[in-house]
Structures are given as C-alpha cells and as structure tokens.
Write a protein that binds this ligand. Structure first.
Ligand code: NAD
Length: 328
C-alpha cells in the first residue's frame, strides 16, 4: 500500500523504517495533517498520523476525495479523529491500543517525584554553585494519598508503582479493576471523595465528552489545599485557566503537565527562535512549581518500537483485505 506518514519526526524514522520492512511504499513527511496539507496524501491509499494531526470531519472528507481509505494512528488516544465521519465514508481507522503503559506511567511518577523533591530547582542552583538546601524541602511519598483518575492500562501501572512507594491509593473510574483492589489496596471512590482526600491527583482517562475539562474551577475547589496535580493523559481534560488561578492562590501547590489543551502546533516543534504567542502556556511556564514536558511521556525505545510494529500490522492486515483487531 502507498502510505503517507504525517508528522514524522527524526526520533521515530528508524523504528518506522524497520517495522515497515519494505512492505509498504512510504512517504514520510514532517507536515502535520490539516485541511491544507491533506493533499500530500494524493494517490495514497493509507495515511499514518499522530496525536497532533487533525483528522476532523472536513479533513476526512478531503482525504476521502483524494482516495485515502485507511488511517493508522501511531497513538492510543484518538480524540483527534472524527470517527463518525470516517465510518460514514467507509474509511477504516485503527489505533495502537497498548504500546507501553510503563512509559507513560513511569513519566507521571517522575513528574510527581521531581516536583516533590524540587529537582529542577536543585539542578539549576547547582550549576550556579549554590549548594544551599533552603526552599528544597519535600515530603515522604510513603503514607500520602494518591488519587488516580482512570485505572486502565496506564493508570494500573501507576497504581503499582505508587503502591511500591507506600502510598494509600484512591481511584475513580467508570469501570473498576478488582485486581487493583485485592492486590494493591486500591479503594474506588466517587470523584468528589477522591478530590477531597488526595494529596496527589493524577489523570489517566481518555479525552471524551465526559472527561472534557473534568478538572475545572469547581472540581479544584473540592481538592485539598496544597494538592499536587499531574496530567499525562490529554490536555483537554484540564481547564488550564482554572489551574493557573489555583497555582496563584496556592490551592494547587504544584503541577506536572505532559499535555496541554492548546498544545497542537507548539509541542513537538522547536520554537526557540520565536516569540511564544500562547499566553496561557507562557504563564504556566513562569511558575517554578510547575513542570511541563512536551507530550513526551510515551517516548521510550520500547514504546516507539511497539507503536511502529502495531501501526504497520494494522496497515498490512488491511492491505491483505482483512479486518484489523485494532479497528475503531
Ligand atoms: P485505557 O483505555 O486502558 O484506560 C482508560 C481508563 O479510563 C479506563 O479504565 C476507562 O474506564 C476510564 N475512563 C474512561 N472514561 C472515563 C470517565 N468518564 N470517567 C472515569 N474514568 C473513565 O487507556 P490507557 O492506555 O490507560 O490510556 C489512557 C489515556 O492516556 C489515553 O486515552 C491517552 O489519551 C493518554 N496517553 C497519553 C500519552 C502521552 O504520551 N502523554 C501516551 C499514551 C496515552
């Protein structure tokens, strides 16, 4: 199959070429999929896209008009794809449902520990030969209450790590995982109870209509004073303005954000020579108790290999006229 791979970055080219193994005719482009770039896929039956690509209804219509019949996502999340339009036009879409839950879960715990023990400030100070400990006091993770929103593949791994650190774990999910209760002492609660009791709140749900801006002014008001908030899931789950207000007045003591609601067009790109036009992000970046990583949680060798392998398996299955098990 002839395939355009949108948003291909230097770090993933090797794994994509290896996983393709010469099976498909690839056109790897750095361009982000949008209405204005969709025509790059002219004469391609398939495209591959990532989280920053726009596969909204008008883009899917355009892709269909130029002959695209298959969309292989190189991600687990698919909130950037209008599935209804794709189904209407008989375009098949498949994701990579699990590539390494460890990569994302581990990154979320890294954000917690780095914020808690103020590692970014320490590192900056050491370079200035400031070896003082003032202002660097953290807390023991042991005995703290961690509130896990979403206990699917990634949330479950986070639970296991936090259990190892001695945390008491509360969880909120529309589907409960009994194994987490029996083996790791997880107590499922209502969202309100989780917000009220947790010292650390970490999000692992997909972005859906139900989770959009789940963390907003109202839900933040219900949190403990001085809570830590971690989001490695999707930016749209958190109302950034409300988080900024809460960081300013101390309700939220620290935040670790791998995703940001307006990240499209900013994250994944080198903007170091430009004036940042996004005022919300600029304000977030100005807090010394906020760590922002640019949608980096997935970025391990293992995850990249698994992403590439599954994406090409999806395309190959389709090219053989079969149904992919990852079809959405
Ligand atoms: P998953 O489907 O295994 O788990 C999601 C969990 O959320 C499920 O248990 C589900 O029941 C729960 N859930 C769904 N809707 C809910 C709601 N309204 N309220 C409460 N719980 C709800 O998914 P996963 O593999 O664990 O991934 C979770 C999300 O992480 C993905 O959808 C994606 O958005 C994000 N992600 C981020 C990165 C990154 O690099 N930052 C990488 C991969 C995935």
């Amino acid at each position: 199959m002839k395939v355009t791979c949108f948003s291909t970055k230097e770090f993933e080219r090797k794994s994509l070429v290896k996983a393709n193994n010469g099976n498909h005719d690839l056109l790897m482009v750095p361009d982000t999929l949008s209405l204005s770039t969709a025509s790059i896929a002219q004469r391609c039956e398939g495209i591959m896209i990532f989280t920053g690509d726009d596969a909204s209804a008008p883009v899917i219509e355009k892709l269909h008009s130029i002959g695209v019949r298959y969309i292989a996502l190189r991600s687990a999340g698919y909130d950037n794809v209008n599935l209804q339009k794709a189904h209407e036009l008989a375009i098949k879409v498949a994701n990579v449902p699990a590539y390494s839950p460890y990569a994302i879960a581990e990154h979320s715990i890294l954000l917690m520990l780095a914020l808690n023990r103020k590692i970014i400030s320490t590192s900056a100070r050491i370079h200035l030969k400031n070896f003082s400990l003032n202002g660097l006091v953290g807390f023991d993770m042991n005995g703290k209450t961690a509130g896990i929103i979403g206990t699917g593949k990634i949330g479950s791994v986070a639970v296991k790590i936090l259990h190892g650190l001695g945390c008491r774990i509360l969880a909120y999910d529309i589907n409960q995982n009994k194994e987490l209760t029996t083996s790791y002492g997880v107590k499922y609660t209502s969202l309100d109870e989780l917000l009220k009791q947790s010292d650390i709140i970490s999000i692992y749900t997909p972005l859906t209509q139900a989770t959009k801006r789940l963390i907003n002014k109202e839900s933040i008001d219900k949190m403990k004073n001085g809570v830590m908030l971690i989001n490695t899931s999707r930016g749209g789950i958190v109302d950034t303005s409300a988080v900024i207000e809460a960081l300013k007045n101390g309700k939220i003591a620290s935040a670790g954000l791998d995703v940001y609601e307006n990240e499209k067009g900013i994250f994944f790109f080198d903007r170091s020579n430009e004036v940042l036009q996004d005022d919300l992000l600029s304000r977030l970046m100005a807090f010394n108790n906020v760590i922002i990583t640019p949608h980096q949680a997935f970025l391990t060798n293992e995850a990249l290999e698994n992403i590439a392998d599954t994406s090409f398996q999806n395309l190959t299955t389709w090219s053989l006229g079969n149904k992919s098990k990852n079809e959405l």
